[in-house]
Design a protein around this ligand. Structure first.
Ligand code: ATP
Ligand code: MG
Length: 397
């Protein structure tokens, strides 16, 4: 059996970033360190060091880490920026020693076809990788009498020769790709308790955004359980990232004001314009350059091009909608994959579903909305909501 002591991490697009490459590598390294946070339940230090070696990261596992390679692998599968990674044994580049080790670790594996994949990233090795493939392959054939399949091998024995020695592994695990969280800066993610916005948050993180979550609640019209659900979703999204801020904004007073003075069919648009105004204030405080939402075109009455236009006009900061072109089924599938689905579908009240008429406007006009708002003390309401906003963190610092 292979006894991993190291993990080789290959990153996705970071290699393409030219001069910024060092910056991206540093972000990825920081994110990998957060595995310690992810594994906090175990309360042990699993990683001894992370080093940048010849265009990849090499993690040295601590004694505790060596006992739980599967837990670490499962954490790495959620670290954005990783293309793939391998749990490896590290040995000196001594070919006869390596050959006997390959025979040892494969002795309890049953397979029908195999290949040896030697790669070298330094020039002092006295033989070619082709020669290594042939020699090691012969040794396996002699013992197991199984044929080589270069294209579809059941067993693939990898040997990477770096300046620091040889790394031996059998499996390449896929990471989530994308860019390291934080490498694209911060943005506000408007997080409801529903299915869509956590998926939008995932896509923001996937492209390197460090999210600042903002949630609007209507306590006392909505329950504390609804807010707890949002906390839970933020925790799932951040389980392998740094602790993130979650702003909880009281929204009931604004809804009451809208209820009193505006025509019912305009309510949703008015709610939404107030939400983005508040989000914009937080964006400025937090040095964010965008707001992410979980809207997709035509999914509900409020999510038309016209309505999105009218909502955008309330703020200067751009509103991003990563799910804009996705069908509900695709969003559900993604939510399952990122493990937010089961929490999202728990019954909850959302402030936006409160006091909604049967036929909300689907093609709002800016003039109509502005007329409705002229009866409201917009700035005062926004200031008051900001004043009463609570700040929490998604995971322990
Ligand atoms: P979701 O599944 O994310 O709740 P939805 O399909 O229910 O979305 P809407 O209720 O129209 O759609 O909300 C659209 C977007 O507005 C949400 O994806 C979210 O980004 C934001 N939003 C809605 N309600 C809230 C809230 N209470 N707090 C924070 N953001 C919200
Ligand atoms: Mg919703």
């Amino acid at each position: 059996m292979l006894d991993p002591t190291h993990i080789i991490v290959h990153y996705a697009e970071i290699g393409l970033k030219g001069k910024n490459r060092a910056y991206f590598e540093r972000k990825l390294k920081e994110n990998i360190k957060n595995i310690k946070i992810a594994l906090r339940r175990v309360r042990q230090n699993t990683l001894e060091s992370i080093k940048l070696v010849q265009g990849r990261l090499i993690i040295t596992l601590s004694e505790e880490g060596k006992n739980q390679p599967d837990a670490i692998a499962s954490a790495l599968k959620s670290i954005f920026g990783i293309a793939y990674f391998c749990l490896a044994e590290h040995h000196p580049a001594d070919l006869s020693l390596l050959r006997s080790r390959v025979l040892e670790i494969t002795s309890d594996i049953s397979y029908q076809t195999f290949r040896i994949t030697a790669r070298k990233s330094y020039s002092n090795l006295p033989v070619t990788t082709q020669k290594i493939n042939e020699d090691f392959g012969e040794a396996l054939i002699e013992r197991d009498h199984k044929p080589v399949s270069l294209k579809y091998p059941e067993l693939n024995v990898h040997l990477d020769f770096l300046t620091a020695g040889a790394y031996l592994y059998l499996v390449k695990h896929a990471g989530p790709g994308g860019l390291p969280v934080g490498s694209s800066g911060r943005a506000i993610v408007m997080l409801s308790g529903g299915l869509d916005s956590p998926v939008a948050a995932w896509y923001a993180q996937h492209r390197g955004i460090h999210p600042i979550y903002v949630h609007f609640h209507s306590i006392p019209y909505t329950s504390e359980a609804s807010t707890e659900k949002v906390r839970q979703l933020a925790r799932i999204l951040d389980k392998f990232q740094r602790p993130t801020k979650l702003y909880l904004v009281p929204f009931a007073t604004i809804q009451e004001a809208i209820l009193k003075s505006a025509e019912p069919r305009f309510r949703v648009i008015l709610y939404r314009r107030f939400m983005v105004r508040i989000a914009e204030v937080i964006a400025e405080q937090e040095n964010c350059w965008g707001i992410f939402t979980g809207e997709s075109l035509g999914q509900v009455a409020s999510q038309t091009m016209e309505n999105m236009y009218v909502v955008q006009q309330a703020v200067r900061v751009p509103i991003h909608r990563p799910l804009i072109g996705m069908d509900k089924q695709e969003i559900i599938k993604k939510a399952q994959e990122i493990e937010t689905h089961d929490t999202s579908i728990l019954a909850h009240e959302d402030c936006c579903t409160l006091f909604i008429p049967k036929h909300p406007v689907t093609k709002a006009r800016l003039v109509d909305i502005e007329r409705q708002e002229s009866a409201l003390k917009t700035q005062e309401l926004v200031d008051q909501a900001i004043k009463n906003t609570q700040l929490e963190y998604t995971t322990e610092k």
